[in-house]
Design a protein around this ligand. Structure first.
Ligand code: PMP
Length: 387
């Protein structure tokens, strides 16, 4: 239920997201609407989780996380960026969601504003509105140097934004920022005394291989909040553990915000995360290869409906489908696909531009191929009818 106040006021984005999220999925439907990895939790992680309970490790941990895990996260950041954060600036959070929330509140509340990309994961906007933080947008570009529209970001900073959210690889487009684009962003925010929120939820899924560039590299540490998660890389979405690396001057604010909202991240999840970082070093490469193969299959099956972007420049879990040539709104296309048994996300959850659909490539290969074939058929049918 939305109230009249919410329909036009600060809750508008949240209400819109609630309305547009797919309803409960039936057993005979194929769910491509959420970024829930279809791979099972790896066996060694199952063992670690069970062991934590058998060993009676069910109490609180230190608020900011188990010291061993904070160290391992610092080492993992160093492996990907060449920069090793001070462990005092690493907080183990309740998923990437917790890390993003702490960063947003630390940098912008009360009364500040945040610049978010369009399209983007809706949480930045919804939470900002709930915290009384203003929201400005900039267009999310293609992979590479054009990922960030620096002119638009500069205008947003001039208008008073304190934080610029970036999400590479992007949910929903899959675009990956170049290191040069992120360096330019770091220089720009520094000019304005502002900060970057680098949401790195998908940093391990890069089709060209390796890890996605981070603004933490090349000396961006004093202006960068980096939000990480174990959810996607290790199929740990429900265990709820992530990490926030904050600029040193936000050490106290991040600790206070995390400590008072989460207490600590779940201990079982933290112990499982220690095992993940210790014993699954090849996980990112495996995952990147899996999603690259799926994206290629999707391009082949979707034909003219597939994004024209070179696949090797992308990453992440999603395909951002421009259904506008079918002549219908996002909601109508999603409803038509649902009638065929395929659950997708309306593009309006992520963007102010109507006509897009987000397809999560998170189903086993054969199921995914079947679903994509039905999507192609339905889009062709809608387009033929629109002519
Ligand atoms: N950032 C982005 C862009 C995401 O898509 C997600 C999950 N959908 C998250 C952060 C957070 O995920 P979690 O809280 O499970 O770590």
């Amino acid at each position: 239920m939305t109230t009249d106040t919410e329909a036009s006021g600060p809750g508008a984005a949240a209400a819109a997201v609630t309305r547009m999220m797919a309803g409960p999925v039936r057993a005979d439907e194929i769910d491509l609407s959420i970024g829930e990895p279809d791979q099972a939790l790896p066996g060694v992680l199952v063992e670690a989780a069970v062991r934590s309970l058998r060993d009676g490790r069910t109490g609180y941990t230190p608020k900011l996380g188990l010291p061993e895990l904070r160290d391992l996260v610092a080492a993992d950041v160093e492996a990907g960026t060449g920069y090793r954060p001070d462990v005092e600036d690493v907080v183990i959070t309740v998923g990437g969601t917790g890390a993003v929330a702490v960063a947003l509140a630390a940098a912008c509340a009360p009364g500040g504003s945040v610049l978010v990309p369009d399209p983007a994961w809706p949480n930045y906007r919804v939470l900002a509105e709930r915290l009384g933080i203003g929201v400005l947008t900039y267009p999310q570009g293609e992979s590479g140097d054009g990922f960030l529209d620096l002119a638009r970001i500069r205008s947003g900073l001039r208008a008073g934004a304190r934080l610029v959210a970036v999400n590479s690889p992007s949910n929903p487009t899959g675009a990956v920022a170049s290191a040069a684009a992120l360096r330019s962003l770091v220089a720009l925010v520094r000019e304005f005394g502002a900060y970057v929120l680098s949401d790195e939820a998908y940093e391990s899924v890069v089709f060209a291989g390796g890890r996605a560039p981070s603004p933490l590299a090349d000396g961006g540490v004093d202006v960068t909040f980096a939000a990480r998660t174990f959810s996607k890389t290790y199929s740990m979405t429900g265990l709820r553990v992530g990490a926030l690396i904050s600029p040193p001057r936000f050490r106290t604010a991040a600790a206070a915000l995390h400590g008072t909202t989460a207490g600590c991240a779940p201990v079982t999840a933290q112990l499982t995360a220690i095992e993940a970082l210790s014993s699954l070093p090849g996980r990112a490469d495996q995952l990147s290869a899996t999603y690259l193969a799926r994206y290629r299959t999707a391009v082949q099956i979707l034909g003219p409906w597939a994004p024209g972007t070179p696949v090797e420049t992308l990453g992440g879990f999603y395909l951002w489908l421009d259904a506008r040539p079918a002549g219908h709104t996002s909601a109508e296309v999603c409803a038509a696909l649902r009638d065929r048994g395929i659950v997708t996300s309306s593009g309006l959850v992520y963007s102010a531009t109507d006509g897009f659909v987000r397809v999560a490539l998170t189903a086993p290969d054969d199921v995914l191929a079947r679903a994509l074939t039905l999507i192609r058929e339905e889009l062709d049918r809608l387009a033929a009818r629109a002519c």
